[in-house]
Design a binder for this molecule. Structure first.
Ligand code: NAD
Length: 333
């Protein structure tokens, strides 16, 4: 990393010092109104990590990376701050995120490991967030593992078995999750619990599933597949091939009611259950517009990870969003 980069980094770190004295934050009341209560929970996570968490976002010139970078800045300098260097597939012009000038380096040129090592020295406790491309998942994870940099992997695809094996073997703390939307993950987990506790409860019911995504998504939603599995364990006997995939704009606007500004980024799911005689109906929906739900979940995952690294508690080092949810340190700004 260039010395120019370090020279810019120093004032950022100074500015990112906690605004609220640490003791005052630790003593914040727990029995406040819901929003304050939620913030107290997040503060608890940050307090355990004892300092604002430096977060490096690769690649923040991508759509998800940018959403995460914005969420890091919005979360507040008392909890976390953006590291002013990011990796991309190629070097690019610096990017301004909420007043932080971020240098964009190529992860494929030079010595990215040396860059990581230097950043870790400058920003102790740094967490990396990865939203890149499926083709980059394993190489990037190998880099983070080799240089002992705890990471949150939001990127989907790649060789997942290898990814999990690499992380487990290294014992490097990491959160890996193809779905960072905390509320969606919670719904998914609730359906699993229902299936495990009441197998066959919907035996004989007919299920229909409709999902709508931007037209560039060709495959069936992974979340829909997981939820259908739970419904099948509840007795529905649904073939995943029968999921209705809506990818055309007129249906999205007309039948699905997707707001026009979110045609290029939405995830709508409807599951309908009808009793054998047609007298009883159930309907479950989760409709997501934009990327903020994933970005917020990612920041929570990074804060969770920082806390785990600081506390060195337990043998487990590979986490998912269920672990983050269980910790309770989730906030939706
Ligand atoms: P995008 O195409 O907008 O951004 C990807 C970026 O990665 C590009 O800027 C590209 O230049 C960069 N890149 C390419 N190779 C790289 C490398 N080796 N190292 C670093 N950067 C590299 O894509 P997106 O919409 O931001 O999605 C990124 C990933 O996130 C996809 O896999 C997508 O499925 C996943 N995703 C996950 C969640 C979740 O909840 N976990 C939510 C949304 C999207």
């Amino acid at each position: 990393m260039s010395s120019a980069c370090l020279a810019r980094a120093a004032p950022l770190e100074t500015r990112a010092r906690p605004v609220v004295p640490r003791r005052a934050r630790a003593e914040a009341p727990r029995s406040a109104a819901p929003r304050r209560g939620a913030q107290t929970m997040a503060s608890r996570v940050v307090c355990a990590a004892s300092a604002p968490v430096p977060i490096m976002v690769n690649d923040l010139t991508g759509k998800m990376g940018r959403a995460v970078a914005d969420a890091v800045v919005a979360r507040g300098a008392d909890q976390c701050f953006l590291v002013p260097v990011a990796f991309s597939g190629q070097a690019k012009d610096p990017v301004d995120v909420g007043g932080v000038r971020v240098e964009i380096k190529s992860v494929l040129d030079g010595d990215p490991g040396a860059v990581l090592d230097e950043l870790k020295q400058t920003y102790p406790g740094m967490i990396v967030v990865d939203y890149t491309l499926p083709a980059a998942v394993n190489k990037n994870a190998e880099l983070y593992v080799r240089h002992e940099t705890p990471f949150v992997m939001g990127t989907t695809g790649g060789d997942r078995e290898k990814l999990f094996a690499d992380v487990r073997e290294s014992k490097l703390p990491a959160v890996v999750a193809p779905q960072m939307g905390k509320q969606v993950v919670a719904f998914q987990a609730a359906m699993r619990l229902m299936a495990e506790n009441f197998p066959g409860a919907f035996k004989g019911y007919t299920l229909s599933v409709t999902e709508s995504h931007q037209s560039s998504k060709v495959d069936t939603s992974g979340t829909a597949k997981a939820i259908v599995q739970s419904f099948n364990d509840l007795g529905c006997g649904f073939d995943i091939e029968d999921v209705e995939l809506v990818r055309d704009v007129p249906t999205q606007l007309g039948r699905m009611n997707v707001p026009e500004e979110h045609l290029l980024g939405h995830a709508y799911h409807t599951y309908k259950l009808t009793s054998p005689d047609g007298t009883v109906g159930f309907e479950f929906q989760h409709n997501v517009c934009g990327r903020s739900i994933y970005a917020e979940g990612t920041v929570d995952a990074a804060l969770f990870l920082a806390q785990r690294v600081a506390s060195k508690s337990g043998d487990k080092t590979l986490f998912d969003m269920i672990d983050v949810l269980k910790e309770g340190g989730m906030v939706t700004n």
